[in-house]
Design a binder for this molecule. Structure first.
Ligand code: AMP
Ligand code: ZN
Length: 438
């Protein structure tokens, strides 16, 4: 198999574990040197007595301090820059719900490496320069736009910067330009399919689509399968985050058996979020990432708050970069209802197994008569809102299946297709209207 992408050092893709370890050690030392230019890190290293030469293996990363999103906010906007601002050519920012947003700086080399990473991923899933790549993702501060744009161009594909939303225009582009690949958030692709159906467009017959890159938001294996079955197109999970660059950090190969996280660019750790100690492979914990190549803003042991686990360190595709499971969710997305911990993805997983249901859903938490409740509204795939017997039995079965999964009985409401809000970017799945008692 032609597994190495011809993008910046293709040999890195098939390194042995031993070679990865060696490369990471030297790149971690370089990163620490760069971090010494950042007062925030220089101070911490001094307090902890850390010197670059003390790093003898990637495991020595455990001697280093963690970095949190709060650290990025506290040093807003440019406090973590390791180079003069005059050496930076771009910034991206992700808006927080509270306080300062976070700002990520890039040098030209950072942008080049980022484009190479994305190009490597797109090559890995079988795309080639003669493909037509439509990027149906928000442009601007959100990294899914420019990140995929530059990566797809780097590979040499004809790239259509369609941006998010406006499904009729998306469909016209797909047909007129012969689009073969799309990048979008998964919740948007299910919406796009519904509009295709309304327009009488059959993606199997009327389009050349063959590859999707889906990511930027948690989604279940069941949702991925649903998208693949709807369009007859392979959908590959793409993981990224602005703090690490954007998309390109981890991507599934054609085996679809977890995300290859690129260890020539990052050191990947999974830690227990309470004790911050490493967890064994296979056990769920918080993903912690250290950049190995970033010039403008290297980050050490960045706590992503994403929860996942290591699946393995080899793959039939020939790549030995660590394989990471699809994200279970973010620790801050976890719903705690009546003392029970629930991730929205658990609910999605169940909804997707009912063919009578469409893909859009909304979870609302509310306080009624001093009791906290969860209401799950989900759109019906077809219009049978007048068939009360069928609605009743579907509601009953769905409530039971959800209870088995989340151990609480939610209020289930089946609503007509197209009646729940659709966001252009990442889907909003949970609205919390609970009263907070103090
Ligand atoms: P942002 O920096 O705004 O692009 O957001 C990054 C966050 O999006 C990550 O920390 C994850 O929580 C989420 N995310 C990105 N890609 C995926 C994915 N493939 N699966 C699940 N969550 C994802
Ligand atoms: Zn693989």
């Amino acid at each position: 198999m032609d597994i190495k992408s011809p993008y910046l050092h293709p040999e890195y893709e098939t390194l042995s574990r031993e070679e990865i370890s060696k490369l990471q050690t030297s790149r971690l030392q370089e990163t620490i040197k760069r971090c010494l230019q950042v007062p925030f890190y220089a101070q911490k290293f001094k307090e902890m007595g850390i010197r670059p030469e003390d790093i003898a293996s990637p495991e020595d990363i455990r001697k280093l301090p963690f970095t949190t999103k709060q650290d990025l906010r506290d040093t807003y906007p440019f406090g973590l820059a390791a180079v003069p601002l005059s050496d930076c050519v771009r910034l991206h920012s992700s808006s927080g719900t509270t306080g300062n947003p976070t700002v990520i700086l890039h040098t030209q080399n950072d942008l080049d490496e980022w484009a190479n990473q994305v190009a490597r991923n797109l090559w890995m899933v079988g795309l080639r320069p003669d493909d037509v790549f439509q990027n149906s993702s928000g442009y601007g501060m959100f990294t899914g736009g420019l990140g995929f744009q530059y990566g797809a161009e780097r590979m040499g594909m004809l790239t259509v910067p369609a941006a998010a939303g406006n499904s009729l225009r998306q469909i016209k582009f797909i047909k007129d330009f012969g689009t073969t690949a799309i990048h979008a958030v998964p919740s948007y692709l299910t919406r796009l399919y519904e509009v295709m159906q309304e327009q009488g467009v059959d993606p199997r017959k009327d389009t050349n689509l063959r590859v999707f890159a889906i990511g930027a938001e948690p989604h279940s294996e069941e949702q991925r399968k649903r998208i693949e079955n709807m369009f007859g197109v392979k959908a590959y999970n793409s993981f990224g985050m602005s703090e690490m660059c954007g998309p390109g950090v981890g991507f599934e190969c054609q085996e679809q058996n977890g995300l290859h996280f690129w260890e020539d660019y990052y050191i990947v750790e999974i830690v227990n979020p309470e004790t911050l100690e490493p967890v064994p492979d296979g056990e769920i914990g918080e993903l912690v990432l250290t950049t190995l190549r970033r010039e403008a803003m290297p980050l050490i042991r960045y706590r992503t708050r994403d929860l996942t686990r290591v699946l393995g360190r080899s793959c039939p595709c020939g790549r030995n970069h660590v394989r990471i499971d699809r994200m279970k969710g973010r620790s801050d997305d976890m719903i705690v209802l009546r003392g029970v911990n629930i991730f929205p993805i658990q609910i999605e997983k169940i909804l997707m197994t009912f063919p009578e249901l469409a893909s859009n859903y909304l979870i609302t938490l509310s306080t009624d008569n001093d009791n906290d409740n969860m209401t799950v509204e989900v759109e019906l795939a077809e219009m049978f809102t007048d068939d009360y017997a069928r609605l009743h039995s579907l509601t009953k079965n769905l409530t039971r299946a959800l209870k088995d999964e989340i151990l609480l009985t939610p209020i289930v409401k089946l609503v007509p297709k197209g009646s729940l809000p659709v966001s252009e970017g990442k889907a909003v799945r949970v609205v919390d209207k609970r009263k907070v008692y103090q």
